[in-house]
Ligand binder design. Structure first.
Ligand SMILES: [Ca+2]
Ligand SMILES: [Ca+2]
Ligand SMILES: [Ca+2]
Length: 226
């Protein structure tokens, strides 16, 4: 084949091939790329329950939260809602779970299920505090654990416990942490791949049965599997 006819072939091909070539190339490129993004609470209106499945910043990847309460637990009026921050010193909207008029050992759990396995999942739980009414044997104690166990966890300075059902994270001293105070936060990382993670807030035992209890959950960052 001489040069003229090869150019002629290429020119001829250019009229018919491009649409097919682009369509075929796109899925190959997407499948080979690690895509990272966020379930960004700022994507949703504050003060309402967001309509699941929730879009993330990665096209095609969604997350669905399901909130459940133990028998007799009164759902917090803002539980399961996107709320305006800050919480635990983190700005922007956040997701809240809570209990109203807590009784000893009340439980609320939120389970997030992604539409596909994700890696490098990380988020922060905020405002894991305790409030004891001075001179009275009443108040509330936030105790928090996650399932499955994270790859790593980073409790802030005021937090004790291991983040398990038998040793929940909790504050080491009773005070109602302000929304701007990050000393009652715990950040976790899951190497994954993981599809589902549960976060549970329980109230303390018999000494704790007064007031409304809640924690915040920040944006969930993740990557898709390659
Ligand atoms: Ca955000
Ligand atoms: Ca709290
Ligand atoms: Ca607080």
């Amino acid at each position: 084949m001489d040069q003229v006819s090869r150019r002629g072939l290429a020119r001829g091909a250019a009229w018919t091939v491009p649409v097919v070539a682009v369509a075929a190339a796109a899925p190959v490129r997407a499948a080979s790329q690690l895509r990272c993004g966020v379930l960004d609470w700022d994507s949703f209106a504050a003060g309402v329950v967001p309509t699941a499945p929730l879009a993330t910043t990665v096209p095609g990847v969604t997350a669905t939260p399901v909130v459940s309460y133990s028998s007799g637990t009164a759902p917090g009026s803002n539980s399961g809602k996107v709320m305006a921050g800050p919480t635990g010193g983190v700005s922007g909207n956040y997701y809240r779970i809570g209990i109203d008029n807590v009784k000893p050992n009340d439980i609320v759990t939120v389970t997030f299920t992604f539409s596909q396995p994700v890696t490098d999942l990380n988020f922060t739980m905020t405002d894991i505090d305790t409030h004891h009414v001075e001179g009275q044997n009443k108040g509330w104690q936030n105790m928090v654990y996650v399932s499955p166990a994270p790859t790593t966890s980073s409790p802030a300075g005021n937090i004790l416990g291991a983040g398990t059902a038998t040793s929940p994270w909790h504050a080491n001293a009773p005070y109602d942490a302000a929304d701007t105070d990050g000393s009652d936060n715990v950040s976790v990382v899951y190497a994954g791949p993981i599809t589902t993670v549960s976060i549970t807030l329980t109230n303390g035992g018999s000494a704790w049965g007064h007031g409304n209890a809640a924690i915040g959950i920040t944006d969930l960052s993740f990557c898709t599997t390659p």
